[in-house]
Design a protein around this ligand. Structure first.
Ligand SMILES: *Cc1c(COP(=O)(O)O)cnc(C)c1O
Length: 403
């Protein structure tokens, strides 16, 4: 095995930008400043005894890439550092990370409590996939820790939270959920995709494990599909076993792209926070808009909890158009700088209109019960100039209201 490079850039106590720039770099096995890409499926073994040792190991770095790979290890070290966890595991998508974080430690007969506002794929795991394997899930009002408590049963093994969460950027008290989990000996897991490790660190608030869609802000350039799970060494060992069997391993080049993105995460996240705050303020005064959902606005029901547990309110917001469905379609089709596309967290501002796009198959009443009204617009701030985003929205809102 190559000699481990000298320890350097131990930025554990440094500021957020310094940590992003240097995270994981002391885990590189090479003097190359840019992380080497180990574009290989397998590794030459010096002898049979080493093979035996690696085959018996947890996550060996140089046996077979599905089991481990130095490029992936470097990204894992970086993400563990940024989230304040002991260890991390990277995956081929955010859904792979969600599946692994959820399935690890569950067995037939177990019960899961999850917030009702969460990523659609996560909710489908809970309501569609888990029941097929004899695991029941209860979805509860996610802004209320007491509703999680009431749903706990003797066989509850997992509490799942996402904060802030679509469609109204609802906020869950992470320290409250963590306390609840500890009191009952139940593992707590949080989806930290929207907040990013820059704005919120659930592990530091007592949550046991965190997962991310690294497709979003961690990579930040909408050019890669990736995910990550971060937690205790023990949990990540278990999660590694699940990953090794299910197989959604991240490819080394995509791991490199995520690392490149991570270097500017703090800069991007802070700029997105500022843009979202400016856009939210503009929209909340606009006559065509009936409601703005952004945790950074004092009018948001989760503002107080968000102030306590977040160091920034994130780049995502949503708002309601008075003109309903038609106005929503007109707005998203008349924007010029802002792009109509699903996903979030990238350098470019993206917008979508769930009622005419992702949720057309869901009956209006059921849709509205989940908070997705006809005029609801989802907005992911990029790093453009706030003035340009506001000008684009202004002309789009005028067109949406006029016709
Ligand atoms: C996108 C997303 C996911 C799923 O991630 P993929 O990379 O698309 O698989 C999970 N949770 C949240 C909050 C997301 O935004």
């Amino acid at each position: 095995m190559p000699r481990r490079a000298a320890r350097r850039n131990d930025a554990g106590t440094a500021g957020e930008s310094t940590r992003c720039v240097h995270a994981g770099s002391r885990h590189s096995r090479s003097a190359a400043l840019s992380p080497p890409i180990y574009q290989t499926a397998t590794f030459r073994l010096p002898n049979a005894a080493t093979g035996a040792r690696f085959c018996d190991a947890v996550a060996p770095a140089e046996l077979y890439t599905r089991w481990g790979n130095p490029t992936l290890k470097q990204l894992e070290a970086a993400l563990a550092e940024l989230e304040g966890g002991e260890a991390a595991l990277v995956t081929a998508s955010g859904m792979a990370a969600a599946s692994i974080a959820i399935l690890t430690g569950l067995k037939k007969g177990d019960h899961v409590v999850g917030g009702s506002a969460a990523y659609a794929g996560t909710l489908e795991i809970e309501t569609e996939l888990l029941p097929r394997f004899g695991v029941e899930a209860s979805l509860v009002e996610n802004t209320d820790v007491e509703s999680y408590r009431r749903a706990i049963r003797p066989n509850t093994k997992l509490i799942l939270v996402e904060t802030p969460a679509n469609p109204t950027l609802s906020v869950t008290d992470l320290a409250g959920v963590a306390r609840l989990g500890r009191q009952h000996g139940i593992r707590t897991v949080a989806d930290n995709t929207f907040a990013t490790p820059i704005n919120q660190n659930p592990l530091r608030l007592g949550i046991d494990a965190v997962f991310h869609s690294a497709t979003k802000a961690l990579s930040g350039h909408s050019d890669v599909s990736a995910g990550a799970v971060v937690g205790s060494r023990r949990f990540i060992r278990e999660a590694w076993y699940t990953l090794k069997l299910l197989g959604p391993v991240l490819n080394p080049f995509d791991a490199w792209l995520v690392m490149r993105g991570l270097r500017t995460l703090a800069l991007r996240a802070r700029r997105q926070n500022e843009n979202a705050q400016a856009v939210a303020r503009f929209l909340s005064r606009h006559p065509a808009v009936s409601r703005v959902h952004y945790p950074g606005l004092p009018s948001h029901p989760g503002h107080r909890v968000a102030r306590r547990q977040m160091s920034g309110f994130g780049g995502l917001l949503s708002f309601d158009l008075k003109g309903g469905l038609k106005a929503g379609v007109r707005l998203v089709e008349s924007l010029k700088v802002i792009t109509l596309a699903v996903s979030l967290g990238g350098v470019e501002t993206l917008v979508q209109h769930p009622a005419s796009m992702s949720h057309t198959m869901i009956p209006k009443k059921a849709r509205e019960e989940t908070g997705i009204t006809d005029g609801l617009i989802r907005f992911s701030c990029g790093i453009e100039d706030a003035g340009d985003l506001i000008a684009d929205l202004d002309q789009g809102l005028r067109k949406a209201a006029r016709r």
